[in-house]
Ligand binder design. Structure first.
Ligand code: XIL
Length: 369
């Protein structure tokens, strides 16, 4: 082949490939679904001026609950999440009503998207949750089951979900808010139909389904010693004595500016649980400012102090390996819907700007132990 023909052939080849590439760039549908900005996998941990990097230097993980819809629709949300946090807890996507909306019909789509995001950003996934009195699908709420039937439904559910996420979830809330404010078993379909054994059984089934994942009990109002915390302590001690595979307790820490727990009370409480040989963690912290008559700036400072105290309580107890908040931006907090009042309980404002609470956490992580 002479030189001229060869160049013409090359030119044709070039034109053909560029035409194919440009065709590939045409979106498949006229309105493509907005996708989060995915950071290159190794860029996140390399940053040092982030909460997750500073937390890693102190030997703990820093986490947040994640709203699956916001993650897909809001790139600033996705970018901040991947940059700052090392644990992702699905806010609602791994609850019973989301995962098994009809008998034996599983829907893992949203939860899988969260798990994929966590993997791409080297975050651990905190599964939340199996046994709760809320977020139940209608077929459970409205069904009338014998003890044997409900027991088999729960067993199948735990086994199916844990098997699906084997190797991808590092800790699971097996039981959530099982106690009422007096420390008694709360009325729920689980307790009423299965009796108190449901708790031990759920942990045992979970361990059978995946022996490598950490199994947690999670509750609110148990952060400082008191009726409910004391009842939880006795419950966990009993479970351990019976050989129930429980690895840790999550303390939710939904608190406000009025009568918050003190650092010393939280340390003392965490330490007695840790002395049982299990892990502890702060699992859902947020700090409501509603109801306080202080000017806004002072409210935000008081809020920052509370975040700082609770993080520093966690840092003081070696069994406390994770500090997780129930969201990170005031734009998507659950508090206004839950309380009926506006609020700003998190560490980034509505526009993803760092609040005094962010700075307080950062400084706590970087200050001398
Ligand atoms: C909340 C979610 O944030 C809301 O979006 C949902 O409507 C209700 O549940 N304790 C828990 C969480 O363990 O699962 C709850 O999450 C908040 C309180």
């Amino acid at each position: 082949m002479n030189k001229r023909r060869y160049s013409v052939l090359l030119l044709l080849l070039f034109l053909l490939t560029s035409c194919m590439n440009s065709q590939n760039n045409i979106p498949e549908s006229p309105t493509p679904k907005p996708r989060p900005v995915l950071l290159p996998p190794h860029s996140t941990p390399a940053l040092t001026n982030t909460l997750r990097a500073q937390a890693a230097a102190r030997g703990i993980l820093i986490g947040t609950a994640v709203d699956a819809t916001a993650l897909v629709q809001d790139s600033a949300y996705a970018e901040t999440l991947g940059r700052e946090f090392s644990i992702l807890t699905p806010e609602n996507a791994m609850k019973f009503d989301a995962l098994e909306p009809a008998p034996n019909v599983y829907n893992f789509k949203q939860a899988d998207e969260l798990v994929a995001f966590a993997k791409a950003h080297q975050m651990q996934v905190h599964g939340h949750n199996f046994v709760w009195y809320r977020a139940l699908p209608d077929w459970i709420k409205q069904g009338s089951f014998t003890k044997a039937q409900l027991s088999s439904i729960l067993h199948d559910y735990i086994t199916t979900v844990m098997t699906h996420y084997k190797g991808q979830v590092s800790m699971w809330d097996i039981a959530n808010e099982v106690l009422d404010d007096q420390g008694q078993f709360r009325t729920s379909i689980w307790y009423t139909t299965l009796g108190p054994d449901f708790l031990d059984q759920a942990f045992r089934w979970a361990r059978e389904a995946d022996p490598h994942v950490q199994l947690f009990y999670n509750d609110y109002g148990t952060e400082r010693p008191g009726v409910k915390a004391d009842a939880l302590y006795a419950l966990v001690k009993g479970m351990l004595a019976r050989g129930v595979p429980i690895d840790g307790v999550g303390f939710q820490m939904h608190v406000g500016l009025g009568d918050p727990p003190t650092k010393q009370a939280v340390i003392a409480n965490f330490q007695r649980f840790a002395d049982l040989g299990i892990k502890v963690q702060i699992s859902e912290m947020d700090v409501m400012v509603q109801g306080s008559s202080l000017p806004l700036q002072q409210k935000l400072q008081a809020q920052a102090h509370l975040y700082q105290d609770m993080l520093s309580a966690c840092l003081s107890v070696s069994a406390c390996e994770a500090f997780t908040m129930w969201g990170f931006t005031d734009r998507y907090t659950w508090i206004p819907a839950a309380t009926g009042h506006p609020d700003q309980p998190l560490i980034f404002d509505q526009n993803f700007q760092q609040k005094p609470a962010y700075t307080a956490l950062f400084q706590t992580l970087t200050s001398n132990p």
